[in-house]
Design a binder for this molecule. Structure first.
Ligand code: PDD
Length: 283
């Protein structure tokens, strides 16, 4: 069934939605995106996605395409028009369409597109089985804190992970894990959750932000520091977070069993805590 999608102020059937071949996201990857999950027809962590979008746009001197209130309305209208109960909304802002020159084009309006993806998120079979991860060098640029649409390194990483029968790739730089190709990375050792502190080296995950806040409220100990892939092999538990997976346990990294090879108790509890609170705050 055809979706209704949003392009520059209009809601149109997906087959009629077009963007110029001169769009700068197409030519240069000159765009910013966000993915917000939908549960029970409501948006999860929306305000935090708006804040990160604002930051990403500011970092690359790109204008807001609309007001944050209008963006919320676009998200809600897409969810409504497509009857999405569970899934996500993808949105992308680009520096618009202009003849191919590297510098920013003058007075070119930004492009805004958004679409929904309906899919089961709560009933994910991977919650029970846990996921396999493979490590790989982090070959990305130095501003990974910006949620840029230039995702070639992550596409290559995810493809490699999938070809090696894994669900996610953990990228490693100078011996330390940075993050997953599309998720934040954590290990648990002696009851403490270890995750890399925010910097230009990783994306500030919205799910990470909410989870760390909830951990503090629930007295779960956090050790925000760099960790090596060898430490991860020896961890009691490991997990990822993202808007599309929430909290997902890792049972295998590079063919080495994590813990007893089944989803661990603390990561499972963190998933429950996250979902309970995120649902309460959903808009
Ligand atoms: N990816 N790190 C990277 C590199 C990511 O691409 C993502 C999200 C995250 C987790 O961020 P959040 O919790 O805000 O989803 C961390 C999205 C889901 C994607 O590209 O589809």
């Amino acid at each position: 069934m055809s979706r209704t999608v949003y392009v520059n102020g209009e809601y149109v059937p997906e087959e009629d939605a077009t963007v110029s071949i001169f769009d700068r996201a197409f030519l240069f990857g000159d765009g910013i995106y966000e993915v917000t999950s939908v549960l029970g027809g409501k948006l999860i962590d929306f305000e935090a996605h708006v804040q990160r979008l604002d930051r990403s746009l500011g970092e690359i001197s790109m204008d807001w395409p609309c007001t944050p209130e209008e963006l919320l309305e676009v998200h809600r209208e897409l969810v409504r028009l497509n009857n999405v109960v569970e899934g996500g909304v993808y949105m992308q802002v680009t520096r618009g369409s202009a003849d191919r020159e590297f510098p920013f084009p003058a007075e070119t309006p930004t492009t805004l597109v958004a679409f929904t993806q309906a899919r089961p998120l709560l009933d994910n079979p991977r919650v029970k089985t846990g996921i396999r991860v493979v490590s790989m060098p982090d070959i990305r640029w130095q501003r990974r804190d910006i949620k840029s649409t230039a995702l070639l390194a992550q596409v290559l990483g995810k493809e490699r992970a999938v070809s090696e029968n894994a669900y996610e790739g953990w990228m490693v730089e100078d011996g330390y894990v940075t993050e997953g190709t599309s998720s934040s990375a954590y290990i648990i050792k002696d009851g403490k959750v270890v995750t890399r502190p925010l910097s230009n080296s990783i994306l500030p995950g919205v799910t990470r932000r909410t989870l760390l806040h909830l951990m503090q409220e629930c007295d779960v100990e956090l050790d925000e520091r760099l960790f090596t892939i060898e430490e991860a092999y020896a961890a009691d538990e490991a997990f990822i977070t993202s808007a599309s997976t929430f909290v997902l346990s890792i049972v295998d990294i590079d063919g080495r069993k994590i813990g007893d090879g089944t989803p661990g108790p603390l990561a499972r509890r963190l998933r429950e805590i996250y979902l309970e609170e995120a649902l309460k705050a959903a808009v």
